[in-house]
Design a protein around this ligand. Sequence first.
Ligand code: F6R
Length: 605
Amino acid sequence: MCGIIGYTGHRPAIPAIVEGLRRLEYRGYDSAGVAYEEAQGLQVIRAEGKLGALDQKIAGLDTASSVCGIGHTRWATHGLPVERNAHPHMDGDCRFALVHNGIIENYAELKAELMAEGNVFHSETDTEVLVHIIAKGVDLTGDVRRGISWALSRIDGAYAFALLSREHPGKIWASRKASPLLMGIGTGENFLASDIPAFLPYTREVVFLDNGELVEIDAGSWQVFDAASLEPKAKEVRHISWDVQAAQKDGYKHFMLKEIFEQPKVIRDCLAGRIQKGRVVLPELDALEVPGRLTIVACGTSYHAGLWAKYLLESWARIPVQVEIASEFRYRDSVFLPGDLVLTISQSGETADTLAAIRIAREAGVPILGLCNVVGSSIARESDAVVYTQAGPEISVASTKAMCSQMVLLLLMTLTWGVRKGSLPDGALQRCLEDLPKLPEALERELPAIRDKARTLSQEYSDARSFFFLGRGQNFPMALEGALKLKEISYIHAEGYAAGEMKHGPIALIDPHFPTFAMALGDELLQKVASNLQEVQARGGRIIALVNPGAAPVVEDPWVLPDVWGPLKSFLVLPAVQLFAYEMAVYLGKDVDQPRNLAKSVTVE
Ligand code: F6R
């Protein structure tokens, strides 16, 4: 949901900022802009559309002497995605330029007040209100830091912003509340950004900012203050191990494809150090009681990972589990019981609804475990314990490898709690510990063939306007995920359904033009799924079915996956549905990494 970046240092600012924006473009891409310092004052360049349009505008300008600036890539919340609404925004006297991620909830009221005082607005954004109110604060207090602090006391909502002042060359101010913001600490240069990859080519030393902090940086120094009291705050500089290559396409046509093919490595990284001497090593869980009941809260793909885990947790660890969509959970009046644990799952660690769920659990006194990918993210910091998923940076808007990593860790959690409760089925631990480490190699071997099959089938079915994805048991969440991936990047309508539920209504939609993608693998529910598929065929529906060698239902397009043990089957089903959606989107000429209307990190509700 919008990416922001700030740079101050010794190198030309604009190339570093535009490169950073390119790495943040997954957060929003309907318009982009930069502001930088020049002898004549602050310059602002903005363009509607993707970053390429901004690039073209900048290409004709001589910006080489500017060593301080800010940039923004937008996902529209207030106002159409047109140039006048693109960031940066300036105050009436062009003394300040500001980029912002978040939503200022009381912007209408503040705008009315500012207009009554003679301020003129040029956009429909809430952000323009923010820069005007800061300018007013600076006028009232005579100082930028104090002015920002005053302005923030008037603001309701979520924000991460960076601000340039014409009168203070080389300086950037920034603050955050409920939207991500971090600092990159370099040598003779410093960065601000919504996410680490933005400055990864220059530094891996990071300071994570907390809500209610205000920061002031220049080329050689940085200081953090409490935004309200302006008391200085000590902050830890953390070293990030992600490398630049991990945030690049590495020869793949799209980030999504690269990230799907990274799944074997992701599994290896998730398992590294976690299996020792026949035991699962998950010390992050040591301080927590085995939950009497588990509430998993997440959104989108992470929610599907939670649903997938429910089957295992209930069956192997005998823990009652409810899996909740965060945006619903946060406005329900949930009943908590002694012994409850809330587990939030999030790749980004910044999803607004999931964060809100954490706060609800905290108020109810329920312990919170976070499962997330981004070290130091808000969800990680607000949880009582965190398990990191080790998926590396996920850049493609459509989440792929993150779900794989979540599933590995959820499986390890199940084993840990199952061992502690003595509830694991005979042989399950041993089988998992033997077979899980073999999974990356099997997947590496199979992925090229899975991709080939996905390409052939997607072309064959590319005229379909709708799809059902059907599965039972752990393949039901896989069906939901397959449908989500297909609709999100190919814009083909798709519904994930529990196969047994079809006959309660949805089967009315089946005809020869409404195909079904089924998960009919060799598990204990195969016969039940096979019957459901017959019901579809009896109504003229065409079927693609993921099957294992041997006893498979007869369908138009069987897609044979090698058989692996028990719940590990899902680790082959997942790339199959991901690659089917990917190849379909490529064939239909869609923008795979940046699908329309979406942004990766959903930091607004
Ligand atoms: C789908 C997708 C989204 C995210 C959801 C949650 O491909 O990427 O559905 O899974 O926005 O995001 P996180 O996991 O960052 O909380």
